[in-house]
Design a protein around this ligand. Sequence first.
Ligand code: SF4
Length: 244
Amino acid sequence: MEKKESINNANTLQSLDVVKPIYNITPFTLLDYPDRAACILWFAGCNMRCVYCYNPDIVFGKGKISFDETLNFLNKRKGLLDGVVLSGGECTSHKRIQELLIKVKELGFLVKVDTNGSHPEKLKNFIETKLIDYIALDFKAMQNKYFEITKSNLFNDFLKSLKYLSEINFPFEVRTTVHSDLHSNKDIEQMINILEEVNYKGTYYLQYYRNDSETIGNIKNSETNYFNLNELKPNINVQFRNYI
Ligand code: SF4
């Protein structure tokens, strides 16, 4: 018989200790949660295999830190950090992420989720139950290039997430890592069009692929500055920024 989980216990998630979902913890960052001091929980595993992914160790590796160890760490950071960033890998793919989120909120932290948007129902549930405060949503590519870039068929799930977040006006940002071999000006123009169609109100961040990194697809270096944003004439706010 399956062991009953004790998610109501305020300080422990002992039944979750059988797995170690977290690959690593970055104890402090001022860059990953807008205007907040935060830590980052890197979840092992992902349901995509983006060719430009810089984190093959995290995507293919096993976690090393349990939820209990994570909560012990967070307990000691109460009053020192504003927020917790759940990143990865794909944190929303983890079966028991909701239980961790409940505990993190009980500790009083703001929560940001970095996601590829492949679990729209989970995002909806987390938002409705007030478990997350901010989302960074990856817009990998248009549908015709989605498989080539992510090795997944999850475009429609991503789109559902994008539409839902836009409809409810949740605080979120959309971002794309761009590579000259993968994204043309035309592709980015079409992606901007989609964001305009769903009435996205935030800033669309374009991040140049970071050359000379080990990636899942072993792709070659991208040309830098190959975009001309002025040519695209977007109706939404579009900005380049360094990769996060
Ligand atoms: S870049 Fe792609 S493969 Fe890497 S963690 Fe993000 S979604 Fe997963």
